[in-house]
Design a protein. Structure first.
Length: 338
């Protein structure tokens, strides 16, 4: 399974992936082109927009350059991407001229190997155009080391994303992230209980764009994170829980202090940007409480407007009176029935 931070449908050219060295990929294409004495060599990726060329060997004509996009319906690339791991050697004479883009004019054969993500899903393929080979099947094995190298770099990319997701700090705000909060907060909670401190879980979230006067941006969330950090004390634990929500474990003398913290953050936010509106919720527990951190967090988080289930629309229907008025028209009606 790929890390949540990796979108396989997003082109590597559009994402900031420092672990993937595209310059090295281009050098590999140059080596393969030289070995096979081919017209060119390129690597394509299947994205949500179609088949996109990621890197290619240098050619005299500007064809198959990085960023070139081909439609997702292109049958040739579909066959290449979904081929067996040992690849394909195809004669383009089996395709109708209208089935291929004009870039493939003059290309008679393609030698290819599919490239997979670490979870086995297809990334794209490595393609050699018009390779000069006496024995295609035997010489095709030379692509395997390059195929393995490219897949190892994709594995390294996923590994780095997993390490970053397990990091305890959020890069945007410098606060603890969700993982860091779950690591630090239970320890602080137990310590606070030992010293008889009351505690509260507070969730903060800027109101959604539908309710806010201005669209929410990253700098707005960074502002909220800074205000929260400036408001809490050293013993408290604050974290950027997810993209839009912040959580605080605060140690206080009473429940009213929790409300003061919420009001203070709201007031400071209004002073910094009066157009932004804040939503906040909390749960409170005493030192004698045996409540665990996780259910208290869910209790507080569930009170946020964004976490409440949408109310179903009620169809218009006649409202039945609580008392049957017809009873009043019957003098013989027993008064106990009213």
């Amino acid at each position: 399974m790929l890390p949540e931070t990796i979108n396989p449908n997003l082109s590597l050219l559009d994402s900031d992936n420092q672990q993937v060295n595209l310059t090295r990929w281009m050098h590999q294409c140059e080596l393969i082109k030289s070995y096979y004495n081919a017209n060119t060599v390129f690597i394509f990726q299947k994205t949500s927009a179609g088949f996109e060329i990621i890197v290619s060997a240098i050619t005299e004509t500007p064809q198959f350059t990085a960023g070139t996009l081909y439609p997702a319906e292109l049958e040739l690339f579909k066959q290449i991407q979904n081929s067996q791991p040992d690849g394909l050697y195809q004669n383009l004479g089996s395709f109708m001229l209208d089935d291929l883009p004009r870039d493939f004019d003059g290309i008679q054969h393609i030698l290819s190997r599919p490239i997979a993500w670490p979870d086995g899903s297809q990334f794209g393929a490595l393609c050699v155009l018009n390779p000069h080979m006496a024995e295609p099947l035997a010489n095709a094995a030379m692509l395997e080391p390059f195929q393995i190298l490219l897949q190892q770099e994709l594995s390294l990319l996923c590994q780095n994303h997993r390490i970053e997701s397990l990091s305890m700090r959020d890069q945007e705000t410098g606060m603890l992230n969700h993982y860091g909060f779950l690591m630090m907060a239970p320890r602080q909670l137990n310590l606070g209980r030992r010293f008889g401190a009351h505690a509260g879980i507070i969730f903060f979230e800027l109101l959604s764009p539908d309710n806010a006067p201005v669209p929410l941006e990253d700098n707005h969330h960074r502002l909220l994170g800074k205000l929260i950090q400036d408001t809490i004390r050293t013993a408290d634990v604050a974290a950027h829980y997810n993209t839009t929500q912040f959580v605080v474990l605060a140690f206080v003398d009473g429940e009213r202090d929790i409300q003061h913290i919420m009001k203070r953050v709201e007031k400071q936010l209004e002073q910094q940007n009066h157009q932004l509106k804040l939503d906040a919720s909390y749960s409170f527990f005493t030192p004698k409480s045996s409540a665990k951190l996780a259910p208290m967090m869910e209790l507080a988080r569930g009170k946020l407007d964004s976490m409440r289930p949408a109310m179903p629309e009620i169809e218009d229907s006649p409202i039945k009176p609580a008392i049957d008025s017809s009873l009043y028209d019957n003098p013989a009606a027993d008064s106990a029935a009213l």
